[in-house]
Design a protein around this ligand. Structure first.
Ligand SMILES: Cc1cc2nc3c(=O)[nH]c(=O)nc-3n(C[C@H](O)[C@H](O)[C@H](O)COP(=O)(O)OP(=O)(O)OC[C@H]3O[C@@H](n4cnc5c(N)ncnc54)[C@H](O)[C@@H]3O)c2cc1C
Length: 538
């Protein structure tokens, strides 16, 4: 079989791969670029589906959905592609039911549910600490931050054990972690959590629906349009669907990329699939050990996303916003829901079954999950919730070429030892995908940023003349990675040395005074004389 020849082969036609391809072609239209995608569609972790609705059918997102005005890469792309956004509906009462099935169901209309003074202080203290620590991180080298080693050796859960005072805040943060990562706090490196907050510009940006935050607005017609429109611009003939890459071979002349049926030769490869899937590709010669360790140890979260469509937005009429925050239990599978009424006015609710709960509920039938979801919606929003039109769900752990969502995280120790391997190219192979982003990592905006960055790296290698001086510098900076900052020999001394010195001095002092009490009087006299000399004593 003779290999067809390209300049660049891109593995994966999600937002990062498609953005990389478009940027390469925008900068140099003579480049021959090929995208190989394992699925039968473009869009990766974004997927818009037509569902039965009040007025016929309408589109809802079963993958990535919200965008925020601080997510400049995705906002720019939305504008460039002529798409529009609309704000997330937030008016009305939000439901808050934490503390187990027997706890009181509360409602609130402000940004926070009513809480005790102690919990409020605890929350503000936690938020202040996370923001202060994350702001001091460098996204290029998070290991250079003070106490980075200590933070990377603990999970978010162990940090919470040390710093959170109230059980109620602990439960809230556990819930937020599930909704953000599809994981439990005990599964995530605390340093990684700080880095994630840093990439979003603060912890509240990740959690809120306010301007600039992650849940601010949605794209009319669904997010998969971004990928479909990019694919049209790149040319569908340059995108091979159902073409999972099995092997990448590198040699002095170039690289050879193999799928089950085809072989392609090229000068550079951009791999955009999430780390756990990049690890399943065979690399010849083998990748450097640090890169292998990294991709083998970045687990992906687990989320089941559901949409329920209705004839009327009865919750709005009843004064509810549609937002329910609930501690999952054997009765209620989900942890959070929002209003998902379409811009055409078709009512709907969206919700997430996340983390350990997703794992437990994924063994049940779709009917069992649907019935449990509807029962809980009835409990929190009223009996009208049982009169739904359609229930749709997607378990991303069961999606081929995903195996989970929304993002791969780092477990303790990964950042400390292997962080530079996340983006550092391996020969002709460059790495993209939202996990490699420094801006809104884990989000669509991060995916686009990573695609643009990888394209720049490849252009610097293949056609540097098309790049401006600034772009060249950016590309060079991106391919040059310093070794991780490892100061673990000093870290324990920094913490314990002053304490040891103080304890030793005090002990010796007390022992001396006990042995010779006259010394005490002498010291008092000398001290008084010293103070008198400088006018402090009368
Ligand atoms: C349920 C859910 C909710 C989310 N909510 C939001 C949100 O509200 N806002 C937001 O901004 N983001 C959200 N996200 C995250 C967002 O969708 C992703 O960050 C983004 O789409 C990732 O794009 P990507 O190109 O980096 O990766 P992907 O979209 O995963 O693209 C990688 C592509 O590689 C392909 N692939 C994998 N292995 C191979 C192989 N061997 N050969 C060829 N192809 C391969 C995959 O099929 C895939 O198409 C959500 C995601 C999910 C799933």
């Amino acid at each position: 079989m003779s290999a067809r020849s390209y300049d660049v082969v891109i593995v994966g036609a999600g937002l990062s791969g498609l953005s990389a391809a478009r940027h390469l072609l925008k900068k140099n239209s003579s480049l021959r670029v090929l995208l190989l995608e394992g699925k039968d569609r473009v869009g990766g972790r974004t997927m818009s589906s037509k569902l039965p609705a009040a007025q016929g059918k309408d589109v809802w997102d079963l993958g990535g959905q919200w965008v925020g005005s601080s997510q400049m890469y995705v906002m720019d792309l939305i504008r460039e592609l002529g798409l529009e956004t609309y704000p997330q509906y937030t008016a009305g009462k939000k439901v808050y039911h934490m503390g187990g099935p027997r706890a009181k169901v509360r409602t609130y209309t402000n940004s926070l549910p009513s809480m005790s003074l102690l919990t409020l202080l605890d929350l503000k203290h936690f938020q202040w600490q996370i923001d202060r620590m994350s702001q001091s991180l460098s996204m290029e080298d998070p290991t250079s931050a003070p106490r980075a080693l200590e933070y990377d050796s603990m999970t978010l859960s162990s940090y919470m054990d040390k710093k959170i005072w109230t059980q109620s805040l602990r439960m809230d943060i556990e819930l937020c972690t599930r909704s953000l990562f599809g994981m439990e706090p005990s599964q995530i490196s605390f340093l990684y959590f700080l880095m994630y907050c840093r990439a979003a510009g603060g912890i509240l940006h990740l959690l809120e629906t306010t301007p600039g935050s992650a849940q601010e607005s949605r794209i009319k017609g669904g997010t998969q349009q971004l990928s479909e429109k990019l694919a049209d611009q790149i040319g569908r003939e340059n995108i091979h669907l159902n073409s999972a890459v099995l092997e990448i071979q590198q040699g002095p002349e170039g690289a050879v990329v193999r799928t089950r049926l085809d072989t392609f030769s090229c000068r550079a490869v951009i791999v955009t699939c999430p780390p756990h899937l990049a690890a399943q590709i065979q690399y010849v010669p083998a990748l450097p050990p640090a890169r292998q360790r990294l991709t083998q140890s970045m687990p992906v979260g687990h989320m089941i996303k559901f949409i329920v469509t209705y004839r009327t937005a009865f919750w709005r009429t009843n004064g509810f916003s549609g937002e329910i925050v609930v501690q999952p239990s054997s009765d209620c599978p989900f942890c959070i829901t929002f209003d998902a009424t379409s811009p055409r006015g078709n009512p709907g609710l969206v919700g997430f079954i996340s983390g350990a709960q997703a794992n437990d509920w994924s063994y049940k039938t779709v009917e069992d999950r649907r019935d449990a979801v509807i029962q809980s919606l009835v409990k929190y929003l009223g009996p009208e919730a049982s009169d739904f039109i359609h229930y749709a769900e997607k378990d991303w752990a069961k999606e081929e070429y995903n195996g989970g969502c929304p993002v791969n995280v780092m477990v303790p120790g990964m950042l400390t030892y292997y962080h530079p391997s996340l983006r550092r190219p391996c020969g002709r192979i460059h790495w993209a995908g939202t996990e490699t982003a420094t801006h809104w990592c884990g989000y669509m905006s991060g995916a686009i940023q990573s695609g643009l960055r990888a394209a720049l790296e490849v252009l610097e290698r293949l056609s540097p003349k098309v790049l401006s001086q600034e772009e060249l510098q950016e590309a060079q900076a991106s391919t040059t990675h310093t070794l991780p900052h490892r100061s673990w020999d000093l870290a324990p001394q920094k913490t314990y040395l002053p304490v040891c010195l103080t304890v030793t001095t005090v002990t010796l002092g007390v022992a001396l005074l006990l042995a010779n009490p006259c010394l005490y009087n002498e010291m008092i006299e000398q001290g008084s004389a010293f103070l008198q000399k400088f006018g402090f004593w009368c």
